[in-house]
Design a protein around this ligand. Structure first.
Ligand code: FE
Ligand code: FE
Length: 191
């Protein structure tokens, strides 16, 4: 059952990839030659990741029991939609076409989250699993945006730095809120 759900999710992702015309890196040629190529590749990676997150969050909203957590996921879904739009602006400023490239890392994090949450029945435990999964996603995003900002500065693309920074700050704030909620949950249990 769980496996078939995962297969469906994977099939869905594959379909999405072709729809969104993801770029497959050549197997026999080295497509990333310069730091600018690498920067662009990483931008496309996070672009794909942000889009996958907008698809994963509705299910997390549905599964969350705690109202504050549900609300938090809803807020972050809207923010994540903004992150996609900001990346559209970044591509535009760089004079590049906005497109995604497969990001197996985010697919793995989301797959694992779906797998674990599918195994949990108790509402409080499920909320804890959702918080942990969401924090893994936020930390992934934080590391990506941190690198992108450093590279943008290094490569003279300072015009895109404020956009990337804004998103990074929202990811950090979300991570903080999740930590606060996780601690509150643990404290409630201990009381
Ligand atoms: Fe994001
Ligand atoms: Fe995020």
């Amino acid at each position: 059952m769980l496996q078939s759900v995962n297969r469906q999710a994977q099939a869905g992702r594959l379909a999405n990839q072709t729809n969104e015309e993801s770029i497959t890196m050549g197997l026999f040629t080295k497509d990333i030659k310069t730091m600018d190529d690498l920067f662009l590749h990483q931008l496309r990676d996070i672009y794909y990741a942000e889009k996958q997150i907008t698809k994963a969050l509705p299910e997390m909203i549905k599964n969350a029991s705690d109202q504050q957590l549900k609300q938090g996921f809803q807020t972050h879904l809207r923010e994540t939609e903004t992150h996609v739009k900001r990346l559209d602006q970044v591509f535009e400023l760089l004079g590049k076409k906005a497109s995604g490239v497969d990001c197996p890392a985010i697919d793995g994090i989301i797959d694992e989250a779906e797998e674990v949450t599918g195994e949990v029945e108790n509402k409080n435990v499920l909320d804890a699993a959702l918080i942990a999964a969401a924090q893994a996603v936020e930390h992934y995003e934080m590391t990506r945006y941190g690198t992108l900002i450093a590279w943008a500065k290094q490569l003279g693309h300072s015009n895109v730095v404020p956009l990337l920074n804004q998103t990074l700050e929202e990811e950090k704030a979300t991570d903080q809120k999740l930590t606060t909620m996780a601690e509150a949950q643990v404290n409630r249990k201990a009381a």
